[in-house]
Design a protein around this ligand. Sequence first.
Ligand code: ACM
Length: 271
Amino acid sequence: MKAGFYQFSPAFGEKEENIRKVRSAVKDADIDLLVLPEFFATGYQFISGEEVAELAEPVPHGHTTEALTALSLEKGIYIAAGLPERHRDRFYNSAVLTGPEGFIGVYRKTHLFFEETLYFTPGDTGFRVWDTKIGNIGVMICFDWFFPEAARALALSGADVIAHPANLVLPYCPDSMPVRCLENRVFAVTANRIGEESRKEGKPLRFIGKSEIVSPDGRILVRAPEDEEALMTAEIDPKAARDKRLNPFNDMFRDRRPEMYGKSGRGNQRS
Ligand code: ACM
């Protein structure tokens, strides 16, 4: 199947324009799984709770999720994309998965980054994997990558492919995802954004691009430039992620020893 991402620079607050941009970018694309950035339709740098309340939407019956579902149905593709979610009196940094069968599910970001902590509630869904016609798709959002437990939890739950909507500003992720993929023997599609947002005095954010698709053996199959819009795809076989063997003697999941991890501690503690 063909997995891909669309890396672009969303205009803050311009949902219609951003959704239109995505529609037009994928119009003629040959793709089965499309990953879009975190907050792809709203932009990233919120400066007040009121602004979040204004732009956040319920899931699945909100405008952005409905637009993604319509695009999935129309093109017969799966889409993972980030958006601010309103649920009762709370706001989450969420990502939805839609497909040819309609809305599939939502994941709420577990590890909030920087000033997201001012406006959003840490996610309560846990890491989720959905069985689909094209493979088992798990979702994590941007900064979640910094916590190895996120990719591990997804892989242990059977993910073949980690869909990873992002708005990266730190430089570390693109060179680290190969390790996440290698240690878990999974594919990952990181969809980052480009451009700059400078909506807060003295706190400009520059997004680093470099969206990429990585294979279970830690190879970067495609990587976008740091400052250009890009729709890129790679042919992948999700079933390859189900073979966790490194060599005839080591299976990276079978060889885990959780009982030893739980027993770890300082050397001067009595056992
Ligand atoms: C991030 O989590 N948006 C860096």
